[in-house]
Design a protein around this ligand. Structure first.
Ligand code: SF4
Length: 180
């Protein structure tokens, strides 16, 4: 399977503000707030059901559907990791997938043995963050704006990073990185 080239997405969550405004045939300023609410809170878009989820002492690992290849159900894999600084500040780190499988071929690695099955789209990457947000909202009793409760200093994520160090170097569509 070849890697996907950078293309203009038809998935709103894979769009830049300019793409989104062009789809609506309007100026970006006219839809900026709507775009922001969609990207930050998932307003107006459907989020996928979680296929698998493991909770382990505050760390939550979850998998979302990513289509099929050779009759096999593909999944994204994301991890929410609670962190505490030496000053006692609590926050959460979110690790997201940008690919299914990996082409780097490290022999000790299960993901490497799969080979690269496909790159995820920008929208699929953004969905991981929105589902993670839903999980944290439910778990911590946070309000819809992301503040209050939960001991995370009113912040959703201090950092979002791509799982597997190689991914951001070899992925064909890096636009999602700017949409966090
Ligand atoms: S680069 Fe990372 S994910 Fe890819 S095969 Fe090596 S260890 Fe596995």
């Amino acid at each position: 399977m070849t890697e996907s080239a950078v293309t203009v997405s038809t998935d709103p969550l894979g769009m830049t503000l300019g793409d989104f405004a062009a789809m609506r045939k309007t100026h970006p300023q006219a839809v900026r707030d709507e775009y922001k609410r969609m990207m930050r809170r998932g307003e107006g878009v459907a989020l996928p059901a979680i296929l698998r989820r493991v909770d382990d002492e505050g760390t939550v690992k979850f998998c979302l559907p990513a289509g099929e290849a050779n009759g096999q159900q593909l999944e994204t894999e994301s991890v929410i990791i609670p962190m505490t600084s030496y000053r006692g500040t609590d926050w959460c780190t979110l690790c997201v997938s940008s690919q299914v499988g990996c082409r780097m071929g490290c022999t000790f690695c299960e993901t490497g043995r799969m080979g690269l099955l496909r790159n995820l789209t920008a929208g699929e990457i953004v969905r991981q963050r929105l589902v993670a947000r839903t999980i944290r909202t439910e778990a911590k009793g946070l309000n819809a704006e992301g503040g209050g409760g939960g001991g995370c200093a009113g912040r959703w994520w201090a950092e979002v990073f791509f799982g597997w160090y190689s991914e951001h170097c070899v992925h064909g569509d890096g636009r999602a990185a700017g949409q966090f």
